[in-house]
Design a protein around this ligand. Structure first.
Ligand code: SF4
Length: 249
């Protein structure tokens, strides 16, 4: 079959036995590029659109297939992450369509910075949406990520309305997202949508060396990871509201 019309994906790298990006054992595909520019991004090396391999959906599935037998444990499967895979929607659609045909569970890890047409296209082939929330104050969101949160929050509500299986994620960034105001807004937002669980991601500094290597200024240099007691307090506060909370450390 000629391949010239097949959309190729820009793939940065793989992780073959991922346990942090969705349920069970997962083959995690990191795609190159993202529509945001988070100041704490620990995958900054995936955003410059310079360092990637081109794969057709079938070639990528061939990489995944040898690991299929591990997926039967705990709802495992493929997670497509990045960067943000939502900026390569046609490739994600074609690849996930092949995964579904092969009986492989599909998860997308995204900021949901996109439009409803893309969401509608992906809905039939995505089993689980993992959406990272950044900040509820729009000005702070813009400062932290270069983009507004308005469309993103609307998209989460849209997924909720469509009864998509949805996990929400919140980075706990001391002084920014763990403030009383942001946590109140988080609680209110969570009460307004239908989702399965909320995952807390304590801020870490493991990716700073990548910023230095790329010669980029890391503006959050003075911010330390949150105290475990503070993260636990947030977890308990959300559980008290009736939410299922996962702590991803
Ligand atoms: S959405 Fe994720 S990949 Fe994109 S800039 Fe933010 S942290 Fe980095």
């Amino acid at each position: 079959m000629p391949t010239k019309n097949i959309k190729k994906g820009r793939v940065h790298s793989f992780e073959t036995f991922g346990t942090l990006d969705g349920p069970g054992v997962r083959f995690v595909v990191f795609l190159e590029g993202c529509g945001l520019c988070c100041k704490y991004c620990h995958n900054i090396d995936m955003l410059d659109m310079k360092d990637y391999m081109l794969y057709t959906p079938q070639e990528l599935l061939n990489e995944v297939k040898p690991y299929k037998s591990y997926f039967k444990y705990g709802d495992g499967g493929v997670t497509i992450s990045g960067g943000d895979p939502i900026i390569q929607p046609d490739f994600v659609y074609d690849f996930f369509k092949l995964c579904k045909k092969a009986g492989i569970h599909t998860t997308i890890d995204t900021s949901l910075f996109t439009n409803k047409d893309v969401i509608d296209k992906l809905l039939p082939v995505v089993d689980l949406w993992m959406v990272s929330l950044k900040h509820f104050d729009n000005k702070k969101h813009e400062w932290l990520t270069c983009q507004s949160n308005v469309g993103i929050l609307e998209n989460v509500k849209y997924l909720s309305k469509k009864k998509a299986r949805l996990w929400l994620r919140q980075v706990i960034l001391p002084g920014y997202t763990d403030t009383r105001g942001n946590l109140k807004a988080l609680r209110e937002f969570l009460h307004s949508v239908r989702f399965e669980l909320v995952e807390l991601l304590p801020y870490h500094t493991f990716g700073i060396y990548k910023w230095k290597k790329l010669g980029k200024k890391y503006e959050l240099g003075g911010v330390k990871p949150p105290r475990p007691a503070k993260v636990l307090k947030i977890k308990k506060m959300l559980e008290k509201e009736g939410f299922k909370v996962l702590l991803n450390e």
